[in-house]
Design a protein around this ligand. Structure first.
Ligand code: MLT
Length: 398
């Protein structure tokens, strides 16, 4: 049996398991250390009561002969798709058809799987630094993504590249830099994509953290985007679903690609074929929970959680600035991006922070070469832990 040789081109381990391995080793050597984890962006607040109630009710339905459900619709139940259409799109002036929405068990899977419908020879670009799944999933398939550098000069929101590509991944609010694309910046990307016949994969997993009403939450708020963009959304950060697992992808029927004979094919029909072949639908109980996030109580409770995390982000921004760090992001995203102290490499800074302050963050280099010299702190934690972590950082670096 010959293995997929492209795996040899990947780093030995995925970023977050590698961080976990290093933290476990540190903790084993320092069993009394109270380590505060601001590394992986994993929510810490419990599920909102409205969601818990809906999931309990759904479990009860599954336990009754009259209301039990087996396989559901592969693309998702109408009750959830209708809520998505109304709250995420119609409310922002965007009309998305029900069969353009594909409910799934997470954006990590969606963003890793979508590349299956591109030609192996497709030219793929990502902004750098970047969520590693976009790059690694393409490398596994034999592609080498082109990197578009984000840096301080462009505010970590790079412009479209000069050379045309077939697919570009954009993420706004951005993971890892916590910066957000303005309407004007997204208009540029859409105009460029349409001019170059490029498909934009727009990851809006963090849109719930946008507080400035002038900023777009969806790429489809930009005219023309329904001809060139696929959008990824997630309940993980929006409704605390990292351990529950539910997301969706919007693939408008008007987004097309070329087959080998040059004929235009709708990506919606390709993705529908892929999704219904390899996925049997997200669980009924989970989809009931996700739909409850759109109820008046669900919205009020999940918005309060987001406000709580964003207050953490504000404390991190202010605490780090007071300690002399140069920081970015953290205003419309739960991530603060900082320049490492004294020009340390990002893994050296990771070790220093762990060793001296017992605080875990994510080294920028783990998100690509342009992340070297930077570091990401997540705002997902208790207020007490955020305050304790900032106190320690100030004592060590301030
Ligand atoms: C992160 O920390 O970058 C995210 O939690 C990763 C993810 O959403 O898969």
């Amino acid at each position: 049996m010959r293995i997929n040789e492209h795996y040899a081109k990947l780093p030995a381990s995925y970023l977050f398991p590698e961080i976990g391995r290093r933290v476990r080793a540190y903790q084993a050597a320092h069993p009394d250390a109270k380590v505060i984890r601001l590394g992986i962006g994993d929510v810490t607040e419990p599920l909102a009561p409205a969601i818990v109630e809906a999931m309990h009710a759904a479990v009860s339905e599954m336990g009754e002969r009259a209301t039990f459900k087996g396989y559901g619709p592969e693309q998702g139940y109408d009750f959830l798709i209708d809520a998505i259409r109304e709250h995420d799109y119609q409310a922002r002036g965007v009309d998305i058809a029900g069969d353009e929405i594909f409910v799934s068990d997470g954006s990590k899977c969606d963003s890793g799987n979508i590349q299956e419908i591109f030609a192996v020879a497709a030219r793929v670009a990502v902004t750098d630094p970047v969520y590693p799944v976009y790059v690694d999933s393409n490398v596994m398939a034999g592609r080498t993504p082109m990197l578009i550098e984000g840096n301080e000069a462009n505010g970590f929101q790079p412009e479209p590249p000069k050379e045309p590509v077939d697919v570009v991944y954009l993420c706004s609010p951005n993971n890892p830099t916590g910066t957000v694309a303005t309407r004007t910046q997204l208009e540029k990307w859409v105009a460029w994509a349409k001019a170059n016949d490029t498909v934009i994969l727009f990851d809006a997993a963090y849109e719930g953290y946008i507080s400035d009403p002038s900023l777009p939450h969806s790429i489809y708020e930009i005219p023309g985007a329904k001809d060139c963009a696929i959008e990824l959304r997630s309940f993980s950060k929006r409704a605390g679903f990292t351990g529950v697992r539910c997301a969706f992808m919007v693939v408008p029927k008007t987004v097309t690609g070329l087959d080998p004979s040059g004929k235009r094919v709708s990506l919606n029909s390709l993705w529908a074929r892929r999704h219904t072949t390899k996925f049997n639908g997200a669980s009924y109980v989970v989809q009931r929970g996700a739909a409850a996030a759109y109820s008046p109580a669900g919205l009020q409770q999940t918005n309060a959680q987001i406000a709580f995390y964003m207050e953490n982000a504000r404390l991190i921004r202010e605490g780090l600035t007071a300690a002399g760090f140069t920081i970015f992001g953290g205003v419309h995203a739960p991530y603060v991006w900082l320049r490492t102290a004294g020009g340390a490499t990002s893994w050296d800074f990771f070790d220093q922070l762990l060793d001296k302050a017992q605080v875990v963050g994510t080294p920028g280099a783990g998100f690509g070469p342009a992340g070297e010299g930077y570091f990401r702190l997540s705002a997902f934690n208790s207020r007490a832990n955020i305050e304790e972590a900032l106190g320690r950082i100030r004592r060590v670096f301030g």
